[in-house]
Design a protein around this ligand. Structure first.
Ligand code: CA
Length: 572
């Protein structure tokens, strides 16, 4: 066996409390190396009372296999080690490394330890997250419901956006389109920032306590939240706390008064030249209109936290999406979580981290993050055909092992956003590839999020072209795509395995397979992301419902057409 590949780390993504009575334990081995992995568990201080459990292989990435066992217990204190076998020899893997036998005499020294499951440390996610289907709105571009609040020099709605265009979209526009959204079937809204700011995107806040006048005001936001809730839809706002805008009053005060300003420590000033009027400060990227906030400063923190509490109490929003969240200190987020969950334990917290985010997803900061690693894999597999079905399954499986199961359920999965090219454009307008990717996204673990307009076939290159106005002329819509979208959303909302089930992925004969299991129900999604017919393996079991990318398809055929896919919901 490849003993060097064995890996486990207690109190991490390899051993985490799923709830107060359930510990999930993972073990990594070299790929295709281990035949049997056994978890040996003893209660603390009763070291000789051992129980053995067969671990299940739950994931395979390019180099490793991952085994998992979900241990349900009333005793929150335990020790454990692993037995691994390649079918010829069995090895013990404990905190003391790999040995031929386990030394019971000094058991306490050798066990991996989970000292105590403290409920306050358990990463608890809102129950509604499981059934959530989100929709992202870039407010200036969705719908203009009130011409009287339009910014000056507003562009005609049908024009293509330039970096500084304004189109007049607003909160009233969203209110007017709630029936459209309800009919689409989504039950969660994520709005890009709405607080006062001079830009069209509003990621450079001037006043955190004020809704931008071109979007509406506090009363209108209240009205929107109320109406959204009445339709069974939740709503989260974009919190931009990494940086402020250039015209944020405290920043202007520092520009004026330099080191004498009482806000000097609210930012990251590198120097305060007295004469040439060009203070140097850290900012978001290279954008001098977005000075970075010093979130470790207690007074700034108090100001921002009061702001967060203000909006949550005034408007009863359902959580936050957090901009550039990976550049802010962890302590800020730990205190932020406490604040938010104290006000509303059902609020969700989604960070904007683009990479492996385990340090933020241990239960003390975010519930999930925008899942750009999945976006990347979808672009490479569906749009660019750079990786095959097996590599797609491996890359996704590997990234699932970065995080706890509850964090995986809380990830915001997206094909595109205001920060990327639109997925249909990535696919060079090949709608079949987009539909295949949608079928995947709605089958995958985590919250599917649709960027406004994807459902009617909107296109666009990178920013600003990805932020075109929503075309409300129905004769321009791709009705087939919209029908498919409604169908897949309704399927997802009915299907418990897609909301709660565990997940396994693999490839067979070039087709991609994804299975979710929950109780005695399963969903099998099969995607043929190739240009040839593929024979497929149909599951035995009684169909409850199914959905397919094909217009006319027979669930009993045994092949999938090029770029065809289906999702089959059945009882075992
Ligand atoms: Ca308007």
């Amino acid at each position: 066996m490849n003993l060097q590949a064995l890996y486990h780390n207690p109190k991490s993504n390899y051993a985490f409390a799923y709830n107060n009575h359930e510990l999930h334990i993972r073990l990594r081995t070299a790929k295709d190396d281990c035949k049997f992995a056994t978890l040996v568990i003893a209660k603390k201080h009763a070291w000789m009372e051992k129980q053995k459990f067969q671990m299940k292989k739950v994931a395979t990435d390019r180099y490793f296999d991952y085994y998992q066992y979900n241990y349900i217990t009333d005793d929150p204190r335990l020790g454990y080690y692993f037995l691994v076998s390649d079918g010829r020899a069995t090895h013990v893997y404990s905190e003391s490394g790999v040995t031929e036998t386990f030394d019971d005499q000094y058991a306490y020294f050798h066990y991996f330890q989970y000292p105590f499951i403290n409920p306050i440390d358990v990463h608890t996610i809102p129950e509604w997250v499981h059934g959530a289907v989100f929709y992202q709105i870039f407010v200036d571009r969705f719908c203009n419901g009130d011409r009287s609040n339009d910014p000056q020099n507003v562009s005609p709605w049908s024009e293509l956006p330039k970096p500084k265009s304004f189109f007049g979209g607003d909160l009233q526009g969203i209110i007017e389109k709630l029936n459209y959204l309800k009919e689409l079937g989504i039950n969660g809204l994520y709005l890009t920032p709405i607080f006062e700011s001079p830009s069209n995107h509003k990621y450079d806040t001037t006043d955190y306590r004020k809704i931008d006048h071109s979007f509406g005001d506090k009363d209108l936001l209240r009205k929107l939240v109320k109406q959204v809730h009445e339709k069974g839809i939740r709503i989260i706002l974009d919190g931009v706390f990494n940086h402020s805008g250039y015209f944020f009053a405290p920043f202007q005060d520092v520009l004026k008064n330099g080191v004498q300003s009482k806000y000097a420590d609210w930012f990251h000033f590198l120097e305060f030249p007295e004469n040439d009027g060009s203070p140097k400060y850290r900012c978001f990227g290279t954008s001098s209109n977005m000075p970075k906030l010093n979130t470790s400063n207690p007074r700034l923190k108090e100001y921002l936290f009061d702001t967060v509490a203000y909006w949550m109490k005034e408007t009863e929003i359902d959580g936050w999406r957090l901009d550039v969240s990976d550049e802010i200190d962890h302590q800020f987020w730990r205190d932020f979580r406490k604040l938010v969950k104290d006000i509303n334990p059902e609020a969700v917290i989604i960070g904007e981290n683009w990479h492996n985010s385990y340090p933020w997803l241990m239960g003390d900061q975010f519930d999930g993050v925008m899942n750009y690693p999945v976006t990347k894999s979808c672009i490479r597999f569906f749009a660019l055909q750079e990786i095959n079905a097996e590599e797609f399954a491996e890359d996704l499986s590997g990234s699932l092992m970065w995080n706890s199961d509850q964090a995986n359920f809380s990830m915001l999965n997206l094909l595109d956003s205001h920060d990327t090219m639109r997925f249909l454009t990535w696919c060079q307008r090949d709608k079949k590839k987009l539909m295949l990717a949608i079928l995947f996204l709605f089958s995958y673990v985590g919250i599917p999020c649709t960027y406004y307009g994807t459902e009617i076939g909107m296109e666009g290159n990178g920013d600003p072209d990805s932020r075109r106005t929503f075309d409300w002329d129905e004769s321009h819509w791709d009705k087939d795509l919209l029908t498919f979208y409604k169908r897949i959303i309704s399927f997802r909302k009915k299907c418990k395995p897609l909301q709660y089930g565990n997940i396994q992925m693999w490839a067979n004969d070039g087709a991609f397979y994804l299975e979710r299991e929950y109780g005695n129900e399963k969903v099998l999604t099969v995607l043929n992301n190739t240009g040839e017919d593929k024979n497929i393996l149909l599951p035995p079991g009684k169909a409850i419902e199914w959905v397919t990318t094909e217009k006319t398809a027979d669930m009993h055929t045994e092949f999938l057409k090029p770029f065809g896919g289906f999702s089959f919901y059945y009882s075992v």
